[in-house]
Ligand binder design. Structure first.
Ligand SMILES: *Cc1c(COP(=O)(O)O)cnc(C)c1O
Length: 377
């Protein structure tokens, strides 16, 4: 059924040239005992949250004959309250500063469809940024991160000044490295992009796991900034598909020019509002994930691996050459050995590294046990 081969597209299909060699994006959705590959939150929704969602939805089901609120106002109000209470240190975020969509991926796509010109961002980073740019018919240029995936500010600013991107992606904590940028660093990038006429998109999909403050705090000083966040990771709500942008009101208004009418279903809006009324409860799982992250890092280091210090709900680890039993192995080889033993993690395409999502304690121990088995063969 699926036609994924570049040369096998039929002649009569007037496909865009740049799509011919492509395959659809996505991590393998294969069965495994421990699925630690897509940075989902491993905690199921607490009973009281799922109950409130189903009550809210049941009471509105008869109204499904009507289109949803096109502006999702009640959801944006709930998101603004959440941001003011938990994220923005000075508060002051209003519903007019928020736009919600079907996952932050739709937010990112909408931004790309709204603004003109070149797109740029760091590499390695979230692989969907260049793919979404390609889908929107835009060129994407990368600025390669330095040694140990660190940011060399001078060369970044020089690159921005010479290429003048109109959209610049910055992911913090970064995926797949887990590293955060400080607000001072973000500010420097935003200023460099802004003086060349561009907007900076700060993708904070893992913001709740981070020790660093949100870039929302910069909005007051700098208009050319869009913070993009999601309920998929920290909120354990990936299946509901809700992401949102936080920006100046003019920016949010601009996004309305290209958004699809009624893009966010009534069911999604109701689920989001109900879930946000339990924000504190939902975020309880975050603390456990953070302490498991520290434990897992120590265990990986004890096995001889190198660990990139993570501020997110996953860990990028490498240093295979230092572990004698697997010295010389590729990332793919170790990935497969783990999968054969029921543990699914992610090969993110960085040679010599793999990324593991922090799961439930049992899954994490299973991952470490399996890894120990492989390297002590
Ligand atoms: C997971 C992820 C997202 C996408 O999240 P959705 O809201 O589920 O679309 C966006 N950005 C980064 C960096 C991510 O890792």
């Amino acid at each position: 059924m699926m036609n994924e081969g570049s040369s096998t597209w039929p002649q009569w299909l007037p496909l865009r040239d740049e799509l011919r060699s492509r395959t659809p994006y996505g991590a393998p959705q294969v069965d495994a005992d421990a699925r630690l590959n897509t940075n989902e939150n491993p905690h199921p929704l607490p009973e009281e949250v799922s109950r409130s969602i189903s009550e809210s939805i049941s009471s509105q089901l008869a109204s499904l004959n009507r289109y949803p609120d096109r502006d999702a106002l009640a959801l944006r109000e709930a998101l603004a309250s959440y941001v003011n209470e938990f994220i923005a240190s000075a508060g002051g975020v209003r519903p007019a500063n928020i736009w919600a969509a079907n996952g932050s991926n739709e937010v990112l796509q909408t931004i790309l469809l709204t603004f003109d010109g070149l797109v740029a961002g760091f590499s390695p980073s979230y692989s969907m940024h260049p793919l979404l740019a390609m889908g929107a018919g835009k060129r994407f240029e990368t600025i390669t991160l330095g040694e140990g995936f660190s940011l060399d500010m001078n060369s970044a600013v020089t690159a921005i000044d010479s290429r003048k991107p109109s959209i610049f992606f910055l992911t913090t904590p970064n995926n797949p490295t887990g590293k955060s940028m400080t607000l001072a660093e973000i500010r420097k990038i935003v200023d460099a992009v802004a003086r060349n006429g561009g907007m900076t998109i700060v993708d904070e999909a893992y913001g709740e796991f981070s020790t660093v403050a949100s870039a929302v705090d910069l909005l007051e000083e700098t208009p050319s900034l869009i913070i993009v966040r999601t309920m998929s990771k920290a909120f354990a709500f990936a299946g509901a598909r809700i992401g949102y942008a936080i920006a100046r009101e003019e920016v949010i208004s601009a996004l309305q020019l290209v958004r699809l009418p009624y893009h966010l279903s009534s069911l999604t809006q109701l689920s989001g509002i109900a879930a946000l009324s339990h924000a504190e409860k939902l975020l309880q799982g975050v603390e456990q994930i953070k302490s498991e992250r520290e434990l897992l890092s120590r265990e990986l280091i004890a096995l001889g691996f190198e660990v990139v210090k993570s501020d997110a709900n996953f860990i990028l680890f490498g240093g295979f050459t230092k572990v004698s039993a697997i010295a010389g192995w590729s990332s793919d080889q170790l990935w497969r050995e783990l999968l054969d033993r029921g543990v699914l993690i992610r090969d993110v395409g960085i040679s010599g590294y793999l990324r593991v999502t922090i799961g439930l304690p049992d899954e994490n121990r299973r991952f470490i046990r399996t890894l120990r088995e492989i390297i002590s063969k």
